[in-house]
Ligand binder design. Structure first.
Ligand code: UGA
Ligand code: MN
Length: 272
């Protein structure tokens, strides 16, 4: 069954490198089906080309952030329109499998999707290099096997270092660890959970709210009835970090750059 990887994305100088990196990660994932949803009115040609060239199974969709939020100062509900567009696509087109909200700038270890198979000598070497040997024991405990909602740690590049369910040594869920709990029922990162398509079909009203900081919590609450104690714990009982919430530092010149000009400049450099 497919793993639907839902990636909102918007136009900026880092966009193509981010999506290139992500595409190459997803090429290592069996039956990955990439839903790329642009925050734009029209799909861009560059992204269409990138997707075509990747060889991945994909859908290229668009959903612009509503004007009222775009104009707002301060925190914006980033990626919400796009993720809801993807949920709409899944409801219309998917029957089985698992979906995962994977922002374009994070860092994903392919081991979060499922076990790595050792088929020959080269693979064995590669696996040793990547410290995957111990992960062989985690066959079918990764997100591909999600029955309803699974969760796992997300590495943060902050003082808190981590956002994760807390699991007792006996393997039971006991709570959440996050730098900011904020009164949330599910204080988790967007990259820290996966949901089965069948469960989505059982929750026709599930949706992500336009609530900065509360997108994850709002979406997970909208899956009610569903309680934290029902969470399926992945990544070896939440003992391993296999995804990091990273950000690419923009290297753009100021004042704010004009994308059309930026692309032209790059082309001009290539031509000389
Ligand atoms: C954090 C969360 O991990 C996001 O999932 C959440 O949507 C966001 O905060 C929030 O609370 O608003 P952060 O790294 O701060 O993420 O956000 P970005 O990575 O900048 O954006 C999240 C996703 O939305 C990315 O895939 C990005 O490409 C996309 N995005 C961002 C848009 O589609 N439009 C925008 O205007 C900004
Ligand atoms: Mn991000």
């Amino acid at each position: 069954d497919p793993i639907y990887v839902i990636t909102p994305t918007y136009r900026r100088p880092e966009q193509l490198p981010e999506l290139t990196r992500m595409a190459q990660t997803l090429l290592l994932v069996r039956a990955a089906h990439w839903l790329v949803i642009e925050d734009a009115k029209e799909p861009s040609k560059q992204i269409a080309q990138l997707l075509e060239r990747s060889g991945l199974r994909f859908e290229h969709l668009t959903a612009a952030m509503p004007e009222q939020y775009k104009k707002k100062r301060g925190a914006k509900p980033k990626g919400v329109a796009q993720r809801n567009r993807a949920l709409q696509w899944l409801r219309a087109n998917a029957t089985a499998g698992v979906f995962y909200f994977a922002d374009d700038d994070n860092t994903y270890d392919v081991a979060i999707f499922d076990e790595v198979r050792i088929t020959d000598g080269w693979e064995a070497v590669r696996e040793a290099v990547l410290w995957r040997v111990e992960r062989r024991s985690s066959v079918s405990v990764q997100i591909r096997s999600t029955k309803r909602v699974s969760m796992f740690p997300v590495g943060l590049c902050t003082k808190f270092g981590l956002s994760t369910p807390v699991v007792s040594s006996a393997g039971a869920f006991v709570g959440f660890y996050d730098g900011w709990i904020g009164g949330r029922k599910f204080p988790v990162d967007m990259a820290g959970f996966a949901v089965s398509v069948k469960f989505l079909h059982m929750r026709p009203k599930a949706t992500m709210p336009y609530a900065p900081g509360f997108e994850e919590d709002g979406f997970l609450r909208s899956l009610a009835p569903f309680e934290p104690k029902e969470i399926e714990l992945k990544a070896d009982n939440c003992t391993k970090v296999m995804v990091w919430h990273t950000q690419t530092k923009a290297n753009a010149p100021s004042p704010p750059l004009d994308m059309a000009k930026y692309n032209q400049t790059n082309l001009a450099v290539l031509k000389t």
